[in-house]
Structure formats: C-alpha cells, structure tokens
Design a protein around this ligand. Sequence first.
Ligand SMILES: Nc1nc2c(c(=O)[nH]1)N[C@H]1C(S)=C(S)[C@@H](COP(=O)(O)O)O[C@H]1N2
Ligand SMILES: [Mo]
Length: 364
Amino acid sequence: MGRQETAGTARNGDGDISVAELQLATRNSGMPLEALDWAVTPVGLHYLLIHYDIPRVDAATWALHVDGRVQRPLTLSLDELRSRPARTVAVTMECAGNGRAHLEPRPLSQPWLVEAVGTAEWTGTPLRPLLEDAGLLDDAIEIVFTGLDHGIEGGVEQDYARSLSVDEASRDEVILAYDMNGQPLLPQHGFPLRLVVPGWYGMTNVKWLARVAAVAEPFAGYQQAEGYRFLRDPDDDGDPVTRMAPRALMAPPGYPDFMTRRRFVALGPCAVRGRAWSGDAPLTGVQVSADGGRSWHDADLDDADLGPYAWRSWSWTWDPPGPGDYELWCRARDAAGTEQPDTPDWNVKGYANNAVQRVPVTVG
Ligand SMILES: Nc1nc2c(c(=O)[nH]1)N[C@H]1C(S)=C(S)[C@@H](COP(=O)(O)O)O[C@H]1N2
Ligand SMILES: [Mo]
C-alpha cells in the first residue's frame, strides 16, 4: 500500500484497484453470477460484507438487551428468542455499494462490480411484538440496533450500529433472525442473531445483534449520519440510503474465458436467464438488449413465488444473427416507474449504482 487510504473518504481516479481495495475484496466475497440459477442462494454462495472483524460469540452467555426509552427493559437469551413466535421470510439482500467499482472516479471502499446480492430464507421472531412487550415510551422516535463488532471508520471508533424509525421497525416483515435457509446463522452472517429488514439495502440488516434501544432523538451514529448517504460532494449532508433500487442480473450464458470472463456460446438460439428485484415497488418488467441498448426485448417474468421481498426469475431467448462479438444488457423497472439507467448516477461514496449489467459474449 503506497499511501494510507480510508474507505469512503478518498477517491481514486486512475482506474487501478489498490491493495487496500483488494484487501477488502478478499474478505467480502460476492455471489458468483452462475448462482442466479438458485431461487434461494445456498448459504456459502450468498455475498458477504463485514466492515470490521467477525466477532466470535458464545451463544450460552450471549443475550439481547432491549432498552432505552421503554417501560420494561428486557434481556433475552437465544433460547427465549427461539421460543417466541417465529416467521420465515424470503429476502433478496443487496449491498448498497453494489456497482461501486463501475463508477468513475471510483469511490474507495469495497470494490463491488454487480455481485453483492443473495436471497435467503430468514427465520426469526418478529420485532414489533418484542417492542410491545418492552413498551415504547411516548417520546421514542427511532430504534437503534447495535452489533458486537467494533472498529474505526472515517476516523470514528464505533460499534456497528444503525437505526430505523419506529414506523419502519414496526413493519410486520421486520424480524430478528437466528436461522438462514433453515440452519443457525454462520459466524459471517451474524451468529447468533441479526436484524432483517426486507426491501432495504444490506447495511440495515445489523449482524451480531447485541442491543435494540429506543431513542428520543434521531440517531447520529457514523453509519447513519456519515455513512450510507447520497453525497454529491464531500461537504453535502445528503439523503439517507434506504430501499433497494430496481436491478436485473443475468447468469452469463455459455462458458467463460478464465481471465477475462468473456462468454462463449454456439451459434443458434440461446436461453438468457436471470433474476430481478426492487425494494421500492413491485417489479413490472425486465428487458434485454443485444445491440448496446438500441433495441430492447421484453423478457418473461415468473410469478413472485418466493413472496414480495425476493427476486423473480426472468428469461428471454436470443437468436444471434451470426457469429461475432456482442454485449448483452438487461434492465428492470418497477411500479414506481423507476427503470435502470444505461449509465451510472455517480455519488461520493458509490451507493446504489444500478446501471444496466453488460455481459460480453462471443458467438462462434
Ligand atoms: N454488525 C454488522 N452488521 C452488518 C454489517 C457489519 O459490518 N456489521 N455489514 C452490513 C452490510 S454493509 C451488509 S451489505 C450486510 C451484509 O450481510 P451478509 O454479509 O450476511 O450478506 O450486513 C450488514 N450488517
Ligand atoms: Mo453493504
């Protein structure tokens, strides 16, 4: 590392990935795009994003504290949480930094291309009844969720923590999850307990949860007030990052070249498949282009089998006019009228870049 770099505070305009970025990229793995073939991502293929270190937690001594502006502070063991009413929700989770490495200049942080996504069946206990048992005081406006992991970011030493408004935290689908795809959470996914907020970008889903606290003031912690905001310039306050923008991804067809990952397919009709989601509004369509966005074709979109919070599969048959080099593009749109842009919308920290995926393919 030639110079000291701090994630999210510096920019790299020269196009080269630095050792500091590589160091993040080797810890935080993406979902290999061929795993789009699974409706529910096998746990080991789900993407990972860990800001600091993975805490080692002893479930026998761990407890969740529910306190702050409540009438009755609660302390719950993992067994007590598991004996409460349970709910399973299929959720597509995507890191807010997905797409960051395609931005120019590239914001310095985890350099995702498009692979920071996965879908899991999370089982846990709904949060709202727990807040009701604790009894929120009238002045409670937000709930702060704090993890056991600790580090320094933007010069601030902190426990990883995020907040939600009482209204958002009280939605039916918000759960405290202890199982992922029917198995106890793995250490890297937040064992023994994590928050799951369907529809929101990944940062909301606090792992290694230790404390749920009601507060009477807007939470001003780093991950709320400094991180995860859309900034046009570094001095901006910016709007908070919240729900996932629409995105379609394709499982690249054919087979890859090892180094470039360019795809090779035989001449003839080619099935192009993928999955698409939006955290803002229901999906209304997916389109594919094989000519650099000049013409678009409607893909078939499957039923929302996994429920409203998970991706849907799509497919389209491509009949290339002849041998040669092509680029396949895909894009999703949702009922809020949002469609993926051809080119990225740049912001200082590189969030929510949902520009269309481009897959180079050679037809032979
Ligand atoms: N405590 C804690 N929770 C966390 C994080 C973290 O670093 N610490 N990373 C967040 C981010 S940025 C993302 S994208 C998701 C990733 O969840 P996963 O690793 O299970 O896919 O967890 C979120 N929850
Ligand atoms: Mo993230």
